[in-house]
Design a protein around this ligand. Structure first.
Ligand SMILES: [Zn+2]
Ligand SMILES: [Zn+2]
Length: 490
């Protein structure tokens, strides 16, 4: 659910020092920015319409076409971020906004204008991809303009829900704190402290934003709600409400938000409720509870803030690296050249990207599996002799605690996964960086069903990864703080 491209764009716009002097020829710079945005839009429309054309010609969406569209969409997502990075750092967009247009020092307007090219490109590329998505789902795309607008409105609203808290962070950080305590931002720890405080705030209150920005309604009372409430009671899970999330039946999805029970919601999309059986929905619901039970959100916050702290404090080390890189190139290191800047930027970006991609990806996939196991457990009877399977329904089952996985429970959860993948047009074999492939998740669960004692080893492995990573981060921060105090850095 985390909008990674948007976070990257925000990082590119606000996290990295960008040139803010007005460019020599602002009109030419603006022209090039518009041209880049037009190129991104053209590529997205090309992909979407080409996919729609191929589906219509064959009469159905072949696996090859689906895959091509899926990968094409990913490439487009990355291209949008890359194009935005280019606009910010090569076309001096901040210089245009702050210098040429004179918005420096304003509250919110400057931030909004800085990020605007990204948001425009994103809407345009969603628009282009829309035709491909509709064709793959077997729906007519061309007949009404209203459905395009409604689709873009829903997606923008979704994305905005996650942007609002982040934007408020930047406003508070750049405009309010900067004015009240101008010295504060010079402190090397300021950024880390701010991010930790604001991250906790966002995780706590973001559910309110999500409810404001996504069309949701309370899941009406009935057998399904009572079943899910029973699962909650058995797991000791508390939330403010279970919500139906209206996506015009476009998305089969579920998520949980918030670290405080008072502001915590479980969202189940309309299409998910319609296409899964009540037992499968309970299993998906259990997966979301698993994320909360294992405190994944808190750990991710700790991981992000910890990495950022290490990065901030290691910036001096990076400066040393830059000088070293400069000696490798034939160019005179004292003469600034665009080529050197690009190489340096790339090296740092690749190093951070590889570390982050490998570690965060691994962690995220382990966490998904942990949540999967929990999802299996809430529909499992825990009996080693299953089948016959015992379904936890009715008041007599309310007090029974969650036990180990059973083969039937695993099958229910695996069916739910397959169904979700199928409905969303995702190939079960296609690998996802954050979730792993559906096939590998199912294979893992099937091994657990055959020999449930494997779970102990798996949980121990995840715990060790958490401790090792946490220990490493704390130790790095400790070393950096000690070095700071001893005056080694700065
Ligand atoms: Zn999950
Ligand atoms: Zn069973």
């Amino acid at each position: 659910m985390i909008p990674i491209p948007l976070l990257l764009a925000l990082f590119l716009a606000f996290g990295v020092d960008a040139p803010s002097a007005p460019p020599d020829d602002p009109r030419e710079a603006i022209g090039r920015v518009v041209a880049i945005m037009a190129a991104v839009a053209a590529a997205s429309f090309g992909l979407g319409l080409w996919t729609a054309f191929r589906v219509r010609r064959r009469g159905f969406a072949a696996a090859r076409v689906r895959r091509a569209f899926f990968h094409g969409s990913r490439v487009m997502g990355m291209a949008t971020v890359a194009a935005f990075g280019w606009i910010i750092h090569q076309e001096d967009w901040p210089g245009v906004v702050l210098g040429t247009w004179g918005w420096r020092g304003s509250i919110l307007v400057d931030d909004a204008l800085l990020i605007a090219p990204f948001l425009v490109m994103q809407v345009l590329s969603w628009w282009g991809a829309f035709y491909g998505e509709r064709a793959i789902q077997g729906l007519p795309a061309m007949h009404s303009g209203r459905s395009v607008l409604r689709h873009l409105y829903l997606r923008e609203r979704q994305s905005l829900a996650l942007v609002l808290p982040i934007v408020s962070i930047f406003v508070v950080r750049n405009d309010v704190v900067g004015r009240l305590w101008p010295r504060w931002q010079e402190d090397p720890f300021a950024e880390t402290v701010e991010l930790a405080v604001l991250g906790v705030l966002v995780l706590s209150v973001s559910p309110i934003f999500i409810r404001m920005a996504w069309p949701t309604r309370s899941l009406p009372d009935g057998p399904l709600r009572r079943r899910l409430q029973a699962v909650s009671r058995r797991s000791g899970f508390r939330c403010a409400d279970i919500l139906v999330w209206d996506t015009d039946h476009l998305m089969v999805n579920a998520c949980v938000t918030g670290i405080l029970p008072r502001f915590r919601y479980v969202l189940l999309s309309d299409a998910l409720i319609d296409s899964l059986t009540p037992l499968e929905i309970a299993a998906v619901f259990g997966h979301e509870i698993g994320h909360v039970a294992h405190r994944h959100l808190q750990y991710f916050l700790f991981f992000f803030v910890g990495c950022l702290a290490v990065l901030t404090m290691a910036s001096d080390a990076f400066a040393g690296l830059e000088t070293w890189i400069a000696t490798l190139t034939t160019a005179d290191p004292t003469a600034p050249s665009a080529f050197r800047d690009v190489i340096e930027g790339l090296v740092v970006l690749v190093a951070v990207g590889v570390f982050f991609g490998v570690v965060f990806g691994h962690l995220s996939r382990r966490f998904e599996r942990q949540a999967d196991v929990y999802g299996c457990k809430v529909v499992s009877c825990g009996s080693p002799d299953c089948p016959p399977h015992f379904d936890f329904e009715g008041p007599k089952a309310d007090d029974l605690p969650i036990r180990g996985v059973c083969p039937t429970g695993v099958r229910i959860f695996a069916d739910a996964l397959t169904s979700v993948a199928h409905q969303n047009g995702i190939d079960v074999e296609s690998r996802s960086w954050r979730h792993g492939s559906i096939a590998s998740r199912k294979a893992f669960l099937q091994r657990l069903a055959v020999s449930p004692e494997r779970e102990i080893a798996f949980q121990r492995h995840v715990r060790n990864v958490r401790y090792a990573l946490g220990g490493g981060l704390v130790a790095s921060i400790g070393v950096a703080v000690a070095a700071h105090w001893l005056g080694v850095l700065r």
